[in-house]
Design a protein around this ligand. Structure first.
Ligand SMILES: *Cc1c(COP(=O)(O)O)cnc(C)c1O
Length: 429
C-alpha cells in the first residue's frame, strides 16, 4: 500500500515503531523537515498555536536587520520593496487559500482584521442587524462582534449564536432575514472539527447573508477554496500553520466583487488610493489595499514572507493527506495502550470533518500536558479539560507520533503526571 492515509484508516493490527519508520521512508514531504530549525529531543505538537521556525525566516530576519534597516534605512521602502510587502505576502497566502490574485493582503492582527471585514459586511447590509456565529467560536471573534455592537448600538448590531453549526436544522432556523453576516471559524480551536465551507456558504447566500470565514486553524493546514466556494470575506493568522513567528501579521481576503461597494472603517493612510499625496480627505484605494490601515510591521512581515516560501513547492493535497495520516496514526496508537482508555477523543474521526489537530478530554488534561512538555512532547491544554495536539506535516515524522504516544502512556502508567508540580497553572496555557 503506498497511501499512508488508507493504511492508517484501514489498519487493524498493532503498529510498531519499525512500521512507522517505513512510512517515514515513503514520505514525500520528509525533506521539508530540514527547512526548519527544531529543538533537539523534542516532539512539537503545537504548530497549530505557534508554527516552528523556518531556516529561511531566520536568515531573512538577519538580512532585514543587518542590511535593510541598518544600512539602507529609509531607502528600503523602494529599494527593498517594503511598501509592496503587504500585497506580495498576500499573494503568497492567496495560493494557499484558493484565491485568485488581488484579493488577499497581509496586515495587522487577526482580531483587528476581523473587525474590518465584519464592519464592512454589516455596512453593506444596513437592513439586517444580526451577526450569526458558533457558540464555541474562538473568544476573540465573539468579543470583536461585541465591540462592534457597542459601537453601532444594539439596535443596529447583535450577536446570535448557534450551538451546533453542523446541525442543519438548527442552522437553517437561525439563518433568518435579520441576519446580515454568518461568521464562522473553519476549524474549531477546541475540538478540531472542520466545517463544510462550500455547503454553509451556499446555505447563507441562499438567504442573502454575507459570509466571513476565520481560517486561523486551517490556512496552511489543508487545501482551502475561497474563490470556488464564493466566500465573501476571510481572515487568518500568520503565526500558526503559516510559521510566520510569534505575533506575525495576519491576512484579509475580500472577494473582488465586493471591492467597489465595501467601506472599511479603519481608514488609515495606507488604505488610501494615493497615500503619498497626503490629501486632506480619505479616498479609499480601489483594490484589496483598501483594507490596509497603518504602516506595515516590516520586520515581522519580512519573516512571514520568507516563511511562506517553504510552501512554494508544496502540494496542499499531499500535505492534507499526511496531516490526516499522522493524526490517524496518533489515535490508533492511543487505542493501542490500555492506560490511555481514559482519553476521550472529541474530534470527529471522519476525514471531511476534522482539521489538523486532535483534542482529547481527560480529567487531568492540564497535568498531563505539563508532564508531556517536561518530557519533550509539546502539546497544549484548553480549558477546562482538553489536551490538544496539532499535526504539522511539514516537520513531523511518523516516529515522532510513536514517541509522543509512548511518552504519554508512560506518564499515565507510572502516575508521574499526578505530581503536584504539574498542577501549577502558568499564565499562558
Ligand atoms: C488564533 C486565533 C485567533 C488569533 O487572533 P489574534 O488577533 O492573532 O490574537 C483568532 N481567531 C481564531 C479562530 C484563532 O484560532
Amino acid at each position: 500500500m503506498t497511501n499512508p492515509l488508507e493504511f492508517f484508516e484501514t489498519n487493524t493490527s498493532p503498529l510498531s515503531r519499525q512500521l512507522l519508520q517505513h512510512w517515514d521512508s515513503q514520505d514525500l514531504l520528509a525533506a521539508k523537515r530540514d527547512a526548519f530549525v527544531l529543538p533537539e529531543n523534542t516532539v512539537y505538537l503545537d504548530g497549530n498555536s505557534l508554527g516552528a521556525m523556518p531556516r529561511m525566516a531566520a536568515e531573512r530576519a538577519q538580512q532585514v536587520l543587518a542590511q535593510q534597516w541598518s544600512q539602507d534605512l529609509i531607502k528600503s521602502w523602494n529599494q527593498h520593496s517594503w511598501i509592496d510587502l503587504p500585497g506580495n505576502v498576500g499573494e503568497k497566502i492567496a495560493r494557499l487559500v484558493g484565491a485568485a490574485s488581488g484579493q488577499v493582503i497581509c496586515c495587522d492582527s487577526t482580531s483587528v482584521n476581523l473587525f474590518k471585514v465584519l464592519s464592512s459586511a454589516m455596512l453593506m447590509q444596513p437592513d439586517r442587524k444580526v451577526v450569526l456565529s458558533q457558540a464555541g467560536n474562538f473568544p476573540t471573534d465573539l468579543y470583536m462582534v461585541e465591540g462592534l455592537a457597542s459601537l453601532l448600538g444594539e439596535q443596529n448590531c447583535r450577536l446570535k449564536l448557534v450551538e451546533d453549526s453542523e446541525n442543519d436544522q438548527l442552522l437553517r432556523q437561525a439563518l433568518t432575514e435579520e441576519v446580515a453576516v454568518l461568521m464562522l471559524t473553519q476549524v474549531d480551536f477546541r475540538s478540531g472539527r472542520l466545517l463544510d465551507m462550500q455547503r454553509l456558504t451556499e446555505l447563507a447566500h441562499g438567504k442573502g447573508i454575507l459570509v466571513i470565514w476565520d481560517l486561523a486553524h486551517s490556512a496552511g493546514a489543508l487545501p482551502i477554496e475561497l474563490d470556488a466556494c464564493q466566500v465573501d470575506f476571510a481572515i487568518g493568522c500568520g503565526y500558526k500553520y503559516l510559521n510566520g513567528g510569534p505575533g506575525a501579521p495576519a491576512f484579509i481576503y475580500a472577494a473582488t466583487r465586493h471591492h467597489n461597494a465595501v467601506r472599511q472603517p479603519l481608514s488609515g493612510w495606507m488604505g488610501h488610493s494615493s497615500p503619498f499625496s497626503f490629501d486632506k480627505q480619505y479616498q479609499k484605494a480601489p483594490g484589496i489595499s483598501q483594507f490596509l490601515t497603518g504602516t506595515p510591521a516590516i520586520i515581522s512581515m519580512s519573516v512571514l514572507d520568507a516563511a511562506l516560501d517553504v510552501f512554494a513547492d508544496v502540494d496542499m493535497a499531499q500535505l492534507r493527506l499526511k496531516s490526516l495520516a499522522l493524526s490517524n496514526c496518533f489515535q490508533q496508537l492511543v487505542q493501542q495502550h490500555n492506560s490511555l482508555k481514559q482519553l476521550t477523543l472529541l474530534t470527529p474521526i471522519r476525514r471531511a470533518e476534522r482539521g489538523s489537530q486532535l483534542a482529547y478530554q481527560h480529567p487531568a488534561a492540564y497535568a498531563l500536558c505539563q508532564a508531556l512538555i517536561q518530557h519533550g512532547v509539546i502539546a497544549d491544554f484548553r480549558a477546562p479539560d482538553i489536551l490538544r495536539l496539532g499535526f504539522t506535516p511539514l516537520y513531523l515524522r511518523y516516529v515522532d507520533i510513536w514517541q509522543a504516544v509512548t511518552t504519554l502512556a508512560e506518564l499515565v502508567q507510572s502516575g508521574e503526571y499526578s505530581k503536584p508540580a504539574y498542577a501549577v497553572k502558568n499564565k499562558v496555557t
